[in-house]
Ligand binder design. Structure first.
Ligand code: HEM
Length: 236
């Protein structure tokens, strides 16, 4: 009775639910709101920026925090023992969840350290202008910065979700004893670091400029990571 509280089930449910709210809002921003704003009439924009954006940002950033915290709880339940005793990276999906959490944690940091601080300036500027106060010349730069990080998060979300699900539900096989383990793991980290570095710089890469190219790039990045984990046969 009440098995919901017996193991990590509750954390898992909460984690997935918060993740859906967060990534759903991320996709709303990237796939719908941004293209809409690009062609919206000037008279329509202030309402979006002062009334819709703050509400959407509230759900977005707090869902990101809740996803991260519930993810850590899940990690503790599922991996604490292998962290203490076993070969965490070589067996039991340790490398998979490490890569998934690296992407997820990076996305979380991008929300709280780049996107939200920049969007606060954008929202305040829109409110000031609506009240007849002078515009902040920095607002356009901040919007561009938020957009670069948001597109990078959309890119990362595709392989991130793969690692989350694959760590939990990978098919049976064998553990990684490959001599290529660290070189290929290092290559995966380098590719991730390249994209994240551009997001920190606030540079929107050409391949992330449109919705279509961002989704295609996310799938290519996912395929790259997938080949690496298949080569390494990180399975149990
Ligand atoms: C923010 C940082 C995140 C951390 C630290 C984290 C951590 C974890 C951990 C430890 C697991 C358990 C893996 C296993 O069972 O082997 C997991 C599973 C999962 N996570 Fe995350 N996660 C994060 C972000 C996300 C996001 C943004 C989503 C988007 C929906 C997500 C969706 C999932 C899903 C679907 C599973 C599989 C659950 C299952 O079927 O057992 N995670 N995550």
């Amino acid at each position: 009775m009440f098995d919901l509280f017996a193991d990590e089930t509750l954390y898992r449910l909460l984690h997935i639910w918060f993740g859906v709210v967060w990534i759903g809002t991320l996709y709303y921003f990237n796939f719908m709101q941004t293209p809409f704003m690009a062609e919206a009439a000037a008279t329509a924009k202030p309402e979006i920026l002062t009334k819709l954006l703050p509400r959407a940002m509230w759900w977005f950033r707090w869902a990101a925090k809740a996803t991260f915290i519930s993810g850590l709880a899940l990690f503790w339940y599922k991996y604490a023992d292998s962290m203490r005793g076993g070969d965490f990276m070589g067996t039991g999906g340790g490398m998979l969840i490490t890569l998934g959490m690296l992407l997820g944690f990076t996305m979380y940091m991008n929300v709280w350290c780049i996107i939200w601080p920049a969007q606060k300036v954008v929202i305040k500027n829109a409110k000031d202008v609506a009240e007849g106060k002078p515009a902040n010349p920095e607002a356009a730069n901040k919007a561009a910065r938020a957009a670069a990080a948001s597109r990078t998060n959309t890119l990362f979300s595709i392989p991130m979700l793969f690692f989350m699900v694959w760590a939990a539900h990978r098919p049976s096989g064998h553990d990684s004893t490959s001599a290529l383990f660290w070189p290929l793991f290092g290559l995966a980290i380098l590719v991730y670091a390249f994209f994240q570095f551009q997001a920190i710089r606030g540079k929107l890469l050409g391949i992330l400029k449109t919705v279509k190219s961002t989704i295609v790039s996310g799938l290519v990045l996912w395929a790259f990571f997938y080949v690496i984990v298949e080569v390494l046969k990180v399975r149990v």
